[in-house]
Every structure is written in structure tokens, then in C-alpha cells.
Ligand binder design. Sequence first.
Ligand SMILES: [Zn+2]
Ligand SMILES: [Zn+2]
Length: 282
Amino acid sequence: MQIGAHVSCSGGIHTAVDRAEALGAESVQLFTQSPRMWRPTNHDPANLERFKTRRAEAGLGGVVCHALYLVNLASPDEALYAKSVSALQNTVEVGCAIEADAVVFHVGSHLGAGFEAGLGRVVAALESVLDRCSDTTWLCLENSAGAGGTIGRSFDELAVLFERLGHHPRLGVCLDSCHLFVSGYDVGERDTLDGLLADLDARIGFERLRVLHVNDSKAPLGSNLDRHENIGEGLLGERLGVFLGHPALQGLPALLEVPGREGKGPDAEELRKARELRSRWL
Ligand SMILES: [Zn+2]
Ligand SMILES: [Zn+2]
């Protein structure tokens, strides 16, 4: 397992590698632009090259780009939908340029229009985005925390997307431990986690699982509230080690998206705690 973190790119996209290295991270996740604005960042091509050089120098494993939080591929609003599709296309372009292993995104919410109506829009959008992926830069659906109208709250919903997209060869999955927990899957129980991974394998294919998000949860099991907590300090607590230490998950980039000591994101102490918990349950 490549334990890593979501880091900032402030100062240029290549600086994400410096921050990951300073934390002792083995993998990294970044936003390719400000996550709360539609306007894409115009990256200096030299910085895209620097990213790749620095990654090799730092011996960094998995590189993951996270799309904007604003993206909603199921939106019934035409303008929002068009902006979402072009934002995700742009993220994939930057991801390919830095040779990222995956672009992770939240599918979105149909905002009350219904799963079937939302699904048609999501499928059309994803077809256009998947065309821009490369053999090595995949598009990964992240399981949602399950709040009202979100698509991707269960394996059934993710499996339907895979089916409708003809099991596209560059389509993958990102599993977030906190989102699973608040969606009602207690990933701190080995039997539950075994069952869930078997289900994933049967419905989607285990090889489609490309990225993990490792977060403890402030909110209770099944609450559908997306509130990340520092490692071992939430309602999963030490049982997060069951997820971290699961033998089937050991080859993957495992990225922390926790608040950290100072609320500025994952720090070296959070990575240390994750490694320590993992080694206890391995
Ligand atoms: Zn996540
Ligand atoms: Zn979350």
C-alpha cells in the first residue's frame, strides 16, 4: 500500500511533489485547479514537465488528480452540466499531461430528477470524457457518502454505470473509507469488508479498484454525512486498521484527505498514524 496524501499545488503543479516528499508520502493526490472555481488553471508547460521529473526523482508511486467539487454530471441544469463536462475533460487533459494514474471524481446528484434521468446524463458525459483518457491515466468514480440524490452510493449504482458504459477499459473505482462508513458499510469489520470487496469483484471486477481514500469519520455509520476526521480519532478509530491492513488492498495508492493537526490537510503525523495502524492489522 502506497500511503500518501492530498496536497496543495500552490506555486505550480510540480510543487505537489515537493510537498508529498516533505511528508514522506508514497503517493499523492492534487487538484489541477482551484476546486471551488470553474475557471481552469493555465499550467505552464514547463511545470507539467517538472512534475514528471520531480516525481521520478522523489520515487513517488501513484499520482491521482481530483476533479472539482462543483462537477455534477447528473445535473438537470444545462449550463451546470456543460460546465461540469468541460471541467472534467480539462482535469483529464492535465492528468494525462503529468502522467497521473487516475482522475477521481464524484459523479454528482440528480437533485431530485431521479436516478434514471440522472444516469442518462452521466453516461453521455462520461463517454465524452473517457475518450480523452490514456491507457495509463484512468477515470475513477468515487463512491459517494450517500447524501440525497447522489449517484454512486452503492455498488449497485456503480455497477449500473459500468454496464451502461460497456465496462470501458479506462474506467475505474476509488473507494473512500469514510464515504463507505457513512453509507452504511462498516469497513472496520473484517467480514463486512471481505463481503464488500467480493461484491465489487463480482459486479465490477477487482482490477477496476485503482485508488483508495483513507479517512476516519466524524459522522455515524449510515448517516450519509461527509465529515472526514483524522486517522484513529473518529468513529472508525483504531478499526480503520482493518481497511488499511486488508491483504487485497496492499498494492494501491491510499490517500489521506483528513483535516490534520492544524486543519490545513494531512500532515506527517497523520501519515505516521496510518502506517502504524496498518502494520498492526496486516
Ligand atoms: Zn474521498
Ligand atoms: Zn468526503
